[in-house]
Write a protein that binds this ligand. Sequence first.
Ligand code: ZN
Ligand code: ZN
Length: 216
Amino acid sequence: MDPASDFRHKEHTVSATNRAAAHRRRDERPFSVEIGELRRTPGTRRHVHLEASLSDLAVSGSAVPEGAPISLDGVIESVHEGILLTGTVRAPWSGPCRRCLKEARGEVAVEVRELCVEHGDEETTYHLEGDQLDLEPIVHDACILELPLAPLCGEGCLGICPECGADRNVEPCSCAPAPDPRWAGLSVLTGGLAAGGAEPDGSGAGGSTEGRRSRR
Ligand SMILES: [Zn+2]
Ligand SMILES: [Zn+2]
């Protein structure tokens, strides 16, 4: 059996770095659980609490810091089709604030409910084989889906002045203040005095993960 097949993640999350990580920890699987007895007794369940660090958990805007603890709390249940995991994955993240570029931090907390089967659809289930079940692919995918693409250090971050480059969280600069949106109509009438107000990030991507969770 190809040892890498355990890590054949769902297509949308597979990247070169993920594959490298999978190969590296072939014999070091901190999220692996023994399920022999569970599988032989359908209908039974067991609590799992696992905590370990994983490498190369990153999206374009943020990452789980190297060595940071990632936890999985939940229940594994022997069901007709295989093993059902229900639980919560938690991991800290950090990344540059999209407005001020200073380091922003937070934590992802993801509810997971995933089915692991022996011969299942790779798009909707995870792989199960033998008496050891490696939950790392589930933990990995949950983190990748929730890591913010455009982090904010705080909702009130004032960002960097587009005119002089000053960090407006530290000190106000003497450039024209961003126009009050209530006067936007007026500035159009007056010929748009200042071009300010356009945020450098502009993306509006927020920290939201909506729209990226479409695998079901
Ligand atoms: Zn900021
Ligand atoms: Zn300025």
